[in-house]
Write a protein that binds this ligand. Sequence first.
Ligand code: F6R
Length: 600
Amino acid sequence: MCGIVGYIGNNDTKEVLLNGLEKLEYRGYDSAGIATSNDEGIQLFKVKGRIANLREKVDNSVQSTMGIGHTRWATHGAPSEENAHPHQSASGRFTIVHNGVIENYYEIRDEYLANVSLKSETDTEIIVQLIEVLNDKNNDVAKSFRQAVALLKGSYALALIDSKDQEKIYVAKNKSPLLVGLGDGFNLVASDAMATLKETDRYVEIHDKEVVIVKRDFVEIQSLDGVAIEREPYTAEIDATDIEKGTYPHFMLKEIDEQPPVIRKIIQEYKDDNDSIKLDQDIRQAMLDSDRVYIIAAGTSYHAGLVGKQLIEKLANVPVEVHIASEFSYNMPLLSEKPLFVFISQSGETADSRSVLVETKKLGHPALTITNVPGSTLSREADFTLHLHAGPEIAVASTKAYTAQIAVLALLAVDTAQAKGIDLSFDPLQELGIVASVMESLTDQKEEFEKLAKEFFTETRNAFYIGRGMDYFVVQEASLKLKEISYIQAEGFAGGELKHGTIALIEEGTPVIALSTQANVNYSIRGNVQEVAARGAKTCVISLEGLEQESDTFVLPHVHELLTPLVSVVPMQLLAYYAALHRDCDVDKPRNLAKSVTVE
Ligand code: F6R
């Protein structure tokens, strides 16, 4: 959601900014822009739409060795060229890009900017106008920048340039992610390391409410009082080739195919020399010390959390509640005496989850983050982190992160069970190995799911997924996948709930996809399939080997009953992928969606 890139060095900046913005496209955006600076002043290029349009608009004859760029996902004001970033102050001296939401926008406008006529509908413009107003008094840009930042309430990642100074980019952040990249003779600013990996793998974290002055050969971190802060850089552990599509038509298909190797990598990472599970002792202790686990997550990660609850309760006998992050703060349940908060987040940057983390930390409760990005905000701010080892996930629709989350939750559950002396009758690492092979056999049968997608989803306006028990959680994820990338209105229901209302929606030809991988509900879910079929639904049953019936559409090879979500979701992901493809949708960048949801 929104992306920032900045560069100050000795080479021309346009390509670095445009390449960086392309790498940030996956976060979701609806307009984009760059500003470059040279002796002639600031050159501003903005478009509504894709970076490809921006590339066409940028004047290639302009040479400049510093600049800032932005992809905008509209919050205040419609997606348009006027509202696209960068924004400029009234005189044109200052130019800014911003991610986040300024909550005291009206207060600042009324108190400081009564005499300024604003050119856009954005909350961002008030920041750059405020800096100019303050600088008119202070005649000190660094001081004015710090003062302006201190007045802001809300979330922000900012990069500012001054047309009178080609030596500095002013940077600050609160809640929204932003990093400084370190190069040889140049430095960079980026929302995430993926934007600038081509240039460097060395980064410095910026903490909330700090400002940073980025020069060609020096980076100075300061507190809002102007006191210098020392911080060591770190090396980003992302391979630049991981963020290329290679021969795949879409990142989503590549990431679906990467699931078996990701499961194998997780086994490798969490296995000790005796082939037993190896988890951080402190995490084990935190699980043992807690009387209830509260899983907090959003979207697909929430769906993984629903499966995680079953795994932890059934294997480790620890009660678990799963909460939607954006609801938790407003509907906080009565907490147990010794809660452990577990944040599940692919990006580690989801603002809704982070606000729960901030709140529960204030209450003194321990927190574990399960994430694909170890240096992310949720990872840094929690007490413990479990890494998903899934490699960068670029497609907006999450696939390999979901299965990695479930696999890591399974290991957490097993580890806790073993620490409690609970005797499990299976070898979890071996079972996960079987899962990886089964996943592979499913991704090898893509044409089956392509055919099914064509048959079921080419014409339809809506679709229903049904399941019971563990399958109910998977069908919720299946329907989210379908709706977000194919725009088919899809819902995942508990089979037993159908006749309490939803069955009224079934018409002649309505697609209903049923999942049956759980022995205890196999009979009942098939009853639900009969009920919808009798009312005209076009049904598809995906079952698990051992529970299948002759008329089933597809039979999944057998895996341990508690691990079935890891394999049953694969056909669902492929169905959604091919449905979107057949409907000519932009699979990797679905409309209105952002990969990293950094505003609440
Ligand atoms: C859907 C999807 C989203 C994310 C959600 C949380 O395919 O990707 O629903 O799961 O926005 O994001 P993270 O996991 O980064 O906190």
